[in-house]
Design a protein around this ligand. Structure first.
Ligand code: SF4
Length: 359
């Protein structure tokens, strides 16, 4: 069976952001603060927004968290998703508070009248529901059928929740099928993309720290992105969530799925190195992380093979003895003193970004 390519999925509106129906992946993250601590939560969301987060999710474990939602919503600029487990009253409160999407599994809410109340409230406000299947918490009847969490079981669980919503004539659905086992998650998403045309929210759950979690997420999600699967994603890391956004943006750049981010090209260094490349590359990477134009910026250790090795760079510097060479598309444009070369490069990057937006 063929995969549903991401652009052929149903477009679902989350606030002013559309997930699905196009060849674009929306980046999201989740706050780590206590949701009832409004100031801390808003502060974290603002940092996420600044880093390029397009949709943010908060946990809503209790009344206190639900009561904080209206104030949080008022003070942020990106769509707010509220994550609820089982409790239909909290779901209703979140919808009332202005949530732009809720994450709840309808099959876990309980009696049909409660499910209907939540679904009707979401329908009235025109907000979608994300069904979040997790390999670690599959329904008992599915586990009994398959014996242990399998990709088939995960898709069956998703279809079970989808049917509940569809039977209530609700179709603004997003689906995730997370697992910490990468191969299981990949297989589940691949199988889901064969039979589900709702947008898919990609993620490898409990993937780990910044270092190993980024590698695991990139390996798993890279396979899916390359097949045209996925409409939105969250990189889950045991780290500052701003790092999740940075990793997501890098991953999308690799697959040409990001049109608003600059990329760093840095040489691996060798015995010909003439500058403190690692320090400079990190400084430049940090600087360009907020640039919203698709520029390629190179930092190279020497001029011997440097500029030629990075012909595709829009702008770059290469170390030379006691100075730096600024180059564009492989051609040296001028020499700059070593002490000011990073500042000169930043100025050139700003100029190119301005030119890009004037086009
Ligand atoms: Fe070595 Fe120069 Fe190539 Fe960097 S650019 S890897 S220093 S030859």
């Amino acid at each position: 069976m063929a995969f549903t390519h991401r652009k052929d999925t149903r477009p679902v509106k989350v606030g002013d952001v559309v997930i699905g129906g196009k060849d674009e992946i929306v980046i999201q993250s989740m706050t780590t603060t206590k949701t009832h601590d409004v100031d801390a939560t808003v502060e974290e969301i603002r940092r996420l927004e600044e880093a390029g987060c397009q949709i943010v999710r908060v946990a809503c474990p209790d009344e206190r968290a639900a009561n904080a939602l209206p104030e949080i919503k008022k003070r942020i600029n990106i769509p707010l998703v509220v994550d609820i487990h089982f409790n239909y009253k909290l779901a209703l409160k979140a919808i009332e508070a202005g949530a732009d999407k809720i994450r709840i599994n309808p099959g876990n809410i309980g009696k049909r009248d409660k499910v209907e109340m939540v679904v009707n409230a979401a329908k009235e406000k025109g907000i979608p529901i994300r069904i979040g299947v997790n390999a670690g918490s599959l329904e008992r009847h599915i586990l009994e059928k398959y014996g242990y969490p399998t990709a088939e079981g995960m898709v069956e669980s998703a279809l079970h929740h989808i049917k509940i919503l569809e039977d209530l004539d609700f179709h603004d659905i997003v689906v995730s099928l997370k697992a910490s086992d990468i191969l299981l998650a990949v297989e589940a998403y691949e199988k889901a993309a064969e039979v589900i045309s709702y947008p898919l929210h990609l993620g490898i759950t409990e993937s780990g720290t910044l270092f190993n979690g980024s590698i695991k997420s990139a390996a798993g999600l890279g396979v899916l992105l390359n097949k045209g699967i996925g409409n939105t994603m969250r990189i889950s890391l045991s780290a500052d969530p701003v790092q999740e956004i940075k990793v997501a943006r890098e991953l999308l750049k690799v697959f040409g799925l990001s049109s608003n981010a600059a990329t760093l090209i840095a040489c691996p260094t060798c015995g010909r190195i003439e500058i403190d490349l690692i320090k400079i590359a990190n400084e430049v990477e940090d600087y360009i992380s907020t640039i919203k134009a698709p520029l390629k910026v190179a930092v190279l250790g020497c001029a011997v093979n440097g500029p030629g090795e990075a012909r595709e760079a829009d702008i770059g510097i290469a170390g030379a003895r006691g100075e730096g060479l600024l180059f564009r598309h492989g051609e040296i444009i001028r020499k700059v003193p070593e002490e000011t070369m990073v500042d000169e490069l930043k100025k050139e990057v700003d100029k190119l970004a301005e030119e890009y937006f004037e086009k």
